[in-house]
Design a protein around this ligand. Sequence first.
Ligand SMILES: [Fe+2]
Length: 242
Amino acid sequence: MRSNAIPAEFEDLLNASGRRVLAGSHALCSALANPRTRFLARTDLLDRAKAERVRRALEQSLADELELMERPIPPESISKMRHDYGELLPKTSRAHTIYFESRRERGVKAAERIGLARMMRSASFRAFAEALAGRPLAANWGLQVLRYGAGDYAGPHNDHHPENKDARSGYIDLHVSLCAPDVAHQWLVYSRAGHFSEVVSVAPPATVTAYRLPFWHYTTPLVTKRGKDAARWVLLGSFLYA
Ligand SMILES: [Fe+2]
């Protein structure tokens, strides 16, 4: 059943400040067009109460429909190593997810049923990404839903796609992060000038993050408050340049 907690347009999840981004009158507009800005995280753009209602709807209607995505550390990364300090680590991660490649997938059907897909495909979702990017974005975009439970993480990776001619020169990711109150912490660490020197919390209840990819980053394991089970949801759009 369609959840009336999930608005048809992403715009309806925004607070007054978030709407100013859409209207083009917020200082954040075109922030990612600044050559020095690859990443931004803001906790002041979403309507808290509405975001919390969406998070609850996802927990209630979607948590059981997700697929486990697990890419552990390959044992060969140690056993086949031949040179001191020669370690190479592919992208490791663990979370539950919905990939939107196939509309026949169970999770996609569930996301459509509750109206989540509609919101993530809404014109204002793209318009918001475009406002932050400061340049036109393609009419079609990729979607993914992630749910980080206790201990879930994403190891260092850069989201570069050199094999994809449309993405190889870079693209924009927009993430809406909805975090349960019983999450103690989870951090997004990213690189600047060649070092993993930057860190932001992604544990606030309603955060918008935007990425001008590729660049190196990772997400630390989600830690819950003692004895609690809790999760963080990420609604993710990947936007090619028009
Ligand atoms: Fe990433």
